[in-house]
Design a protein around this ligand. Structure first.
Ligand code: IMP
Length: 191
């Protein structure tokens, strides 16, 4: 029997990608597919807590196994901010405003080290499994590139001389924090 697995996201593209990998062992559904139309509150203090809040919501309200992800940027010189507040660092959900605030807060800082992190929570048979993906890099002093989203134009991964936003999407999708966490999840589910 095909097992149903919910990916707690509204992103159709993300769902389709994972569904293809997990087929035919699992039927992957997203929030819309199960008619879950609420904006699940992310009130935790860590990526793991926020991811778990989302997976638990689906399990408790729909009784289905579920996984959810939460990501963000941690900047060493800013005490690992913006972290879980990455999407609304400036107070509003606007990528450019948030990026500009981060650059301003980094003015004069010599330690430019930063990392993108993703944590996935998988609630399967009532047990929570966490998977983490991390990519280390540096914050540039000015933006470069137009691909991607969020802080991509100012994040240069270690071993590269270009930012995430200057990178081909297919290349970013192999090395990114999200890809690394997803790879661990898929290995676990396929095992
Ligand atoms: P989410 O948890 O995947 O929705 O990510 C939360 C926020 O973290 C996003 O709104 C971005 O500001 C930032 N972020 C996460 N992943 C990336 C990335 O791959 N590139 C740039 N910014 C990211």
């Amino acid at each position: 029997m095909i097992k149903k697995l919910v990916f707690a996201t509204n992103n159709e593209h993300k769902t389709a990608e994972v569904a293809k990998i997990l087929s035919p062992d699992y039927e992957t559904l997203n929030l819309k597919d199960i008619n879950c139309l609420v904006d699940i509150p992310e009130t935790g203090d860590t990526f793991a807590e926020n991811a778990t809040l989302k997976s638990s919501y689906v399990f408790e309200n729909f009784g289905l196994d579920c996984f959810a992800d939460d990501s963000g940027l941690e900047v060493e010189a800013l005490n690992n901010e913006p972290g879980i507040y990455s999407a609304r660092y400036s107070g509003i959900k606007d990528d450019l405003t948030n990026l500009q605030l981060l650059l301003k807060n980094m003015e004069g800082k010599t330690n430019r080290k930063a990392r993108f992190k993703t944590v996935i929570s998988l609630l399967k048979n009532g047990k929570n499994h966490l998977f983490e993906g991390v990519i280390e890099g540096n914050i540039r002093t000015s933006p470069a590139g137009t691909n991607g989203f969020g802080y991509d134009p100012i994040f240069q991964p270690n071993g590269y001389d270009i930012t995430f936003a200057e990178m081909d999407m297919s290349e970013k999708n192999i090395i990114s924090h999200r890809a690394l966490a997803m790879k661990k999840l898929i290995e676990f589910l396929k095992a």
